[in-house]
Write a protein that binds this ligand. Sequence first.
Ligand SMILES: [Zn+2]
Length: 351
Amino acid sequence: MVAVLCVAELCMERVLPQTEVMHEPVCQERLQIVVDDWLGAHEGYTLESASCQSLESLRDRAAAVTETAPGHFVHEGRVADFVPDSAGDLANTGFIAGSSGVAVIDSGTTRQVAEALYLAVRLSSTLPITHHIITHVHPDHSLGAEVFKEAGAEVIGSAGLRPAALNANPVFSDNLLRLLGPRAFHGTSPITPDRGIESAETINLGGRPLHLQAWPTSHTNSDLTVIDENSATIWMGDLAFLDHLPALDGSIVGWIQLLSRMAGSPDGFEYSVSQMVPGHGKAPVEFPDGVVPTLGYLETLAAEVRQSISDGESLTEATKHIGKAQRGDWQLFDEYHLRNVTNAYVELEWE
Ligand SMILES: [Zn+2]
C-alpha cells in the first residue's frame, strides 16, 4: 500500500507496510483501515490519496542488500554525516530469515530509509517480519523503527534502550528534521521498544536461532549484539566501526574492556563467530579482526587522555593535540574526534 500524506503543506508518497503479503482484492478491502490507523497515530498529517501497488512497481525504491550467507542480508549505509543528500541512510542494517519469520536489525534514521529496507525484505521473503532488533539508541540506527512495528514486528532492544530513547528521541527528532530537511524526514516518528533484554536471550526464526546479548555501557548505555548462529555472524551495532571514526557516547573504559575481550578470546563466546557486521563501514568482515581498528583508536585515545590529565593539562589544551596522529586513518574525523576527546577526558578525569 502507498499513500500520499501531507504535513505542513509537504505531500509525499509513503509506503504503508502490511502484516502479511496481500493480494490486491484484500489490499483494497484493508486500505482505508490501514490509512485511518496511520493518520490516527500521526498528528498533523492529512491524506491526499492512497492505493494498492504491486511490490514489483516499488522495486526501484528498495534498499540495496547483499545476501552474504543463505537468508542473511546486509545493507551498507553511507559513510557520511547527517547531511540532506544522505537522506539519513548512514548505518548498516539488514535482515535474517528463518523458516517461520524474519528479523530486521536496525532501521536507518528516517521512515524513508526504513521503508526501503522493508521493501527489500518483502522482495526476498513472504514470511512475517516477527522481530525488529535495535542495536542501540542512536538515531541513525533506530528512528525508522516504526515501519517494522507497523509491519507487525515485536520491537526489541537492550533493557537500557527504552529509557535512553524516551530521553533522547525528542531531541534527535528536532535535530534531524533540521539537519536532513523536511523531505528526508517526512513521516518519521520515533518509537520506544516493546521489550528490553536485561542480559541475554535467544529468539528463533524457525531453524534459525539468533542470540541477543545486552552489554554494560560501552559505545552507549544501550548496546546490544546479535549472533546469527547459522552464518556464524555477529551484528556489532556501533561497538565496532570501520572507515567511519568511532563515536564515543558511553564509557571508553567499558568499551575497551569489551572489545579487548572479544579481540583476545573470541573462543570465550558461547557461540562460534567468524564474521561481523560493524555499525558503519564495510560489511561483513572477519571477526574478531574487524574490531581491531576501533579498539586501537580507543586505546590510543585513552592513553593520551590519561597522560594529559597526569601532566595537569586542561581539557582545552588536551583537545589541541590528543589523537591527531590517527586523523588519516578515518573518515569523519573532524566531525567526531573532538567530542570523543572531551567525553574521554570527562570520564577519565575521575579515575
Ligand atoms: Zn551509535
